[in-house]
Design a protein around this ligand. Structure first.
Ligand code: HXC
Length: 510
């Protein structure tokens, strides 16, 4: 071996050792993989091509002059996931706690710039003590350069953040501006100020997990979308997830071969909706029976579960699914559900992913908590998102579509392309009981009259045919044929062309 090659190997081996054996052992002892092990799981075998392995920090203060580690605490480069190119960075907690220096930030910016040029997703694996304390403002500048790129990349290439360790202080704002965040239970956390500062300022005693762990962020705050038991589970899920997404906003959805017949009939759907209007059923059953091989990648399953959002495929091509869930809060639209679905719809629209919407919604949730929490503005987000979306939109009303919620849930009036209803659909301003209480208030003390009026209202409106007679519903379909109808619809809409008026950007009700 020539001396040159030997030197190259020595340098590579030094970079691969990161912060050294002891720190790698400490990382493993916490149940965490190292930065490079994570990339091995995330990317196709042998596909990773590293950049900037020999980059070192340029700090001299606080004894840093003599302390350099090749790579400077972040492994960056490109690789493939199921054969499709992605750019990645993976912070190395064994090197200065994965903290972000000026050079560390430059490495991240480089792969972001390259991903933008190539039009491919950016995946960030975060495991960092935050700003490199010895570097001061240089580190803050580095973070801000990353933030700026997150914003420019938004809506151009998909951005996925995997939080696999600490992510605190201003550092949280880079993942927060990406499209999706996955976290690992018990070993990752995100907060703006940690438990010690919280104790000093508000006197609250709280653990890291309670303050900003995976469970908190995927149930309460909705900062993160999915929580996983360990690194490997999260990384494998990220592979499946990225495989569903287009590479960028112009490339169109990926297409995979499928054995699942496009015209598969599902007789069980004919009895999915129970006879009683107040009885729930699991909307997941419909979602899975429509999608190829019943596979559905759900986003934020544990937050605002009254609305289901996620990705699947029809005829091998990705679709975004939004569905009211009668099993949770009767499928009502509230603040959290509106925000969750609005963001999802906007993601689909930005990346040309067709949206399939299943509707069973009794309306917006009443109450002071909702009104004072700003349901008007939050509900408007979902309305706005559906209204501005130009991707193919197919809607199926299975049961209730009442009031404003009928309008919002991808109705034909919001440029829905195909609006179907099942025979069990009830499309009205409100449920019969509430309607009768208002329009026949004078008869309220006569239960027989009220019962007769309720029956009259139900007979008149608790069906899809009034809306169909006005052309608001294109067709009343057999539930068992739903997949077939959606597949045919998506074929017809494949070359859909629709543009919104020119504008710098809209003014979404934030
Ligand atoms: C430099 C750091 C560091 C940092 C950790 N290390 N954080 N070095 N800058 N920010 C180093 C430690 O010195 C240690 O080095 C090694 O990483 C591992 O850290 P430990 O403390 O031993 O690990 P652990 O006990 O697991 O604790 C992890 C931790 C803690 C909770 C993240 O290290 C910590 O609190 N770090 C400081 C966090 C912080 O305040 N960061 C700045 C936030 S403000 P050795 O050599 O011993 O292995 C911020 C602003 C961003 O980020 C603003 C953007 C606009």
């Amino acid at each position: 071996m020539s001396a040159n090659i030997a030197e190259l190997e020595r340098r590579r081996a030094a970079a691969h050792m990161g912060g050294g054996e002891q720190r790698i052992a400490a990382q493993h002892a916490k149940g965490k993989l190292t930065a490079r092990e994570r990339l091995d799981v995330l990317l196709d075998e042998g596909s990773f091509e590293e950049l900037d392995m020999y980059v070192e920090h340029n700090a001299v203060d606080f004894g840093m002059a003599g302390q350099t580690v090749p790579g400077d605490g972040v492994v960056t480069g490109s690789g493939t996931i199921n054969g499709r190119l992605v750019y990645v960075y993976s912070q190395d907690f064994t090197v200065f706690g994965g903290s972000l220096s000026e050079r560390h930030a430059q490495k991240i910016c480089k792969i972001m710039d390259r991903a933008m040029k190539a039009g491919v997703p950016i995946i960030g694996i975060n495991d960092s003590g935050g700003a490199r304390i010895q570097e001061g403002v240089a580190s803050l500048a580095g973070y801000t350069e990353v933030f700026q790129r997150n914003v420019l990349a938004s809506g151009v290439v998909p951005q996925l953040s995997l939080i696999m360790g600490p992510c605190a202080g201003g550092a949280v704002y880079s993942p927060a501006m990406t499209d999706f965040i996955f976290m690992v239970k018990d070993s990752s956390y995100m907060f703006v100020t940690g438990p010690e500062v919280v104790k000093t300022v508000t006197n609250e005693e709280v653990t890291q997990e309670e303050l900003g762990g995976a469970v908190v962020h995927t149930t309460k705050t909705s900062v993160a979308d999915c929580a996983f038991e360990n690194d490997i589970e999260a990384l494998l899920a990220a592979r499946d997830f990225i495989s569903l997404l287009p590479s960028d906003n112009r490339s169109g959805v990926p297409e995979l071969p499928t054995e699942d017949p496009w015209d598969r009939l599902e007789d069980s759907l004919d009895t999915l909706v129970p006879a009683s209007a107040n009885q729930p059923y699991d909307m997941h059953e419909l979602v899975r029976k429509v999608l190829d091989e019943g596979e559905f990648f759900e986003i934020a399953p544990n937050h605002a579960a009254n609305i289901i959002c996620g990705f699947g495929r029809v005829e091998g091509r990705t679709v975004g699914v939004v569905a009211n869930q009668p099993m949770v809060l009767a499928g009502v639209l509230d603040i959290n559900a509106s925000r969750k679905a609005a963001r999802f719809v906007r993601f689909c629209d930005a990346f040309e992913i067709p949206i399939v919407t299943f509707v069973d919604v009794p309306g917006f949730l009443p109450g002071t908590a909702q009104e004072h929490g700003g349901i008007i503005k939050h509900g408007a987000k979902l309305l706005f998102a559906y209204a501005e979306a130009t991707v193919p939109k197919i809607t199926v009303i299975t049961r209730k579509a009442y009031g404003g919620a009928y309008c919002v849930m991808a109705s034909s009036h919001l440029r829905g392309d195909l609006n179907y209803a099942w025979p069990t659909a009830e499309i009205a301003v409100m449920g019969a009981k509430g309607a009768v209480e208002i329009i026949f208030r004078s008869e309220k003390d006569d239960p027989d009259k009220i019962a007769a009026r309720t029956k009259e209202y139900e007979d008149r409106f608790a069906n899809p045919f009034v809306a169909a007679s006005k052309g608001f519903i294109d067709e009343v379909i057999y539930p068992h044929s739903t997949r077939r109808r959606i597949a045919l619809g998506l074929r017809k809409l494949r070359n859909k062309q629709l543009e919104n008026p020119w504008k710098k950007h809209d003014n979404l009700p934030l």
